[in-house]
Design a binder for this molecule. Structure first.
Ligand code: HEC
Length: 222
């Protein structure tokens, strides 16, 4: 009986962990749910464009290279070189503004961290909620504060976008951006899942001869 209870608890633990993760979004009661879909290339392409235009000026993403991104997201490398590479002219380079973080810490009050694996550190829902939770606050140096990350040293860099777009469109853009960040944190996910299906299929087919072999080997012993 004890074993059964332990098994049920173990099986449920990811659900429990997810439920408790809801309380991690600062003043928000629950984190907003990020629309992450590694198969949606259009969303990922738009997210890449937004990330490189709005974020890569301050934040590095040192674990992803431009050519790998172009390849995975099916973006023409020429377009990447022309419109997305603000920090280098070599397509094999990683995303890195190469600004010394000591200087950045002086300018902003805190250094902007590398965002390569941010969605794994915080969760996509956290980043999605954070980017939509800036509000005016005159007591802060940039005139804004954030409900998810209190007294954050980052300005509201998407303020123009938020003003220009309808609320629904803004939400979708932030969704695309976070989708791209989730891809960046786990670029092999799609490939891994594709191969995984074949591996399971192979193991299933292998089971048939193995089952008969087992029968054959044990037939005299039993
Ligand atoms: C003007 C420079 C600047 C730009 C542009 C910028 N950030 Fe930041 N960001 C910062 C700074 C500085 C911090 C550190 C804040 C702190 O620790 O108080 C930060 C922190 C963050 C954090 C929290 C990191 C953590 O886990 O502690 C996230 C997530 C983030 N930025 C995402 C983004 C995204 C996404 C964009 C593009 C839409 C972006 N940032 C654009 C300066 C910037």
């Amino acid at each position: 009986m004890k074993k059964l209870i332990a098994f049920v608890l173990l099986a449920l633990s990811p659900l429990v962990a997810q439920a408790s993760a809801g309380g991690e979004c600062g003043e928000l009661k629950h984190c907003l749910h990020a629309p992450v879909n590694a198969q949606d290339k259009v969303s990922l392409q738009n997210g890449a464009k937004l990330f490189l235009s709005y974020c890569a000026g301050c934040h590095s993403a040192k674990y992803i290279r431009y050519d790998r991104m172009a390849n995975d997201l099916k973006i023409d490398p020429k377009l990447v070189a022309e419109y997305m590479m603000f920090t280098t002219d070599k397509v094999g380079e990683t995303i890195d503004p190469k600004t010394p973080s000591k200087d950045q810490a002086k300018w902003f009050g805190a250094p902007p961290p590398d965002l390569s694996v941010e969605t794994r550190l915080r969760s996509p829902d956290w980043v999605y909620s954070y980017l939509q939770s800036f509000y005016p606050d005159d007591a802060r140096p940039y005139g804004v504060n954030n409900k998810v990350f209190k007294d954050v040293a980052m300005p509201h860099v998407l303020a123009d976008l938020e003003q220009d777009l309808k609320p629904e469109e803004f939400k979708q853009s932030v969704g695309d951006l976070v989708n791209f960040m989730a891809y960046m944190a786990d670029p092999v996910k799609v490939e891994r899942e594709r191969i995984g299906v074949w591996v399971l299929f192979f193991l299933f087919v292998l089971l048939i001869p193995v089952w008969f072999l087992n029968k054959e080997y044990w037939k005299d012993v039993k």
